[in-house]
Design a protein around this ligand. Sequence first.
Ligand SMILES: *Cc1c(COP(=O)(O)O)cnc(C)c1O
Ligand SMILES: [Zn+2]
Length: 398
Amino acid sequence: METTAAFVGLSCIDCGERFDPDANRCPACGGILDPAYDYGVIDLTREELAERPFDSMWRYEELLPFPRESAITIEEGATPLVECEKLAAEMGVGRVLIKDEGRNPTGSFKDRGQTVAMTAAAQQGASDVALASAGNAGQAAAAYAGRADIDAHVFLPSRAGFTNKAMVNVHGGDMTVVGGRIGDAGAAYADAMAEEGESEGWHSVGTFVTPYRHEGKKTMAYETIEQLDWEVPDAVVYPTGGGVGLVGMHKAATELRELGLIDELPAMYAAQSSGCAPIVEAFEAGKDRHEPVEHPDTICGGIEIPDPGASPWILECLRESGGGAVATDDEEILESAIGVAKGEGVEMGATCAAAASGAWKLADEGEFGADDTVVLLNTATSNKDSDVLRSHLMGKGI
Ligand SMILES: *Cc1c(COP(=O)(O)O)cnc(C)c1O
Ligand SMILES: [Zn+2]
């Protein structure tokens, strides 16, 4: 495989063993694999980065496993960081900024994970990729696979959004819609993988199976910190499902510190819906691992992940960064999405609004200081679930 100079292979986060770039889960213990680098060979300065156009997440290629010229890319990333003065005043903090990931090629930050995962799959000569997804990752995978002339097998639950399903078809993906929720789609994916996938050489681009999705999503932190002129935000509030982007962003901040580009780490906050909040429950109970949620029930499909396998890592990132975890009700989440769209013009998806609603709650609880800079992740555009937001208004007689 064609890799960058600093990338030295994949490290197991559980047993610490090192493996080649084509591994998936740890062959020794089954743990999650994390791309590792020799930071000593990376010579990046703030000035050097300032000279590069802000055009794609691949502008940080020294800190990615694969060179930009080999990437399966649709020019993802390089999204705006939108100043929200009204939100800052309402929350009583110095600044609130929304990292607007809705401006990605398929309308969500899942593109950042899929560009790296698909580049890895293409370099391994994959003919097929497969995953189970709540919706956005499946749509992104279908888009990137199409571009790479790879067949995508996408397993979605019936409650995935219409746009997600439609666009998997439009991108030419092979879609299986499974009655139920993400766990049911995951079971159908596992069956298909065992029956035909493994014999036909399907490559998984699923959450924390491929080691490259969090690696792509980490670029959100590089961009945010650079967009703030290297001022590290005091808090980053992240709508958390599998935690892929949260661990990625925390990793990215530690890398920038390792390279001497920043001194502090942003406090990472996981925001969830109270209808499915395994990370918040584990964080509040002081536990190192979550308890699976037996009856998840939230309108926020993107974060309805009742059994997040990476919970020990997520909890470690929250604690190590001095952050926390917060859950709010769907009603408050939908109100927040509508409030942000109305007051700031930013179209925040229903799932993503858990970050806004969670930030409001944290602000009410006095978690932020009056001068704090708070960054909210708008992980997907509200165009994908405008029907959900509109019907919330209808429920109120509007
Ligand atoms: C997938 C998804 C999330 C959760 O992302 P993780 O990084 O897996 O926690 C949040 N918001 C939206 C819109 C998503 O599609
Ligand atoms: Zn291991």
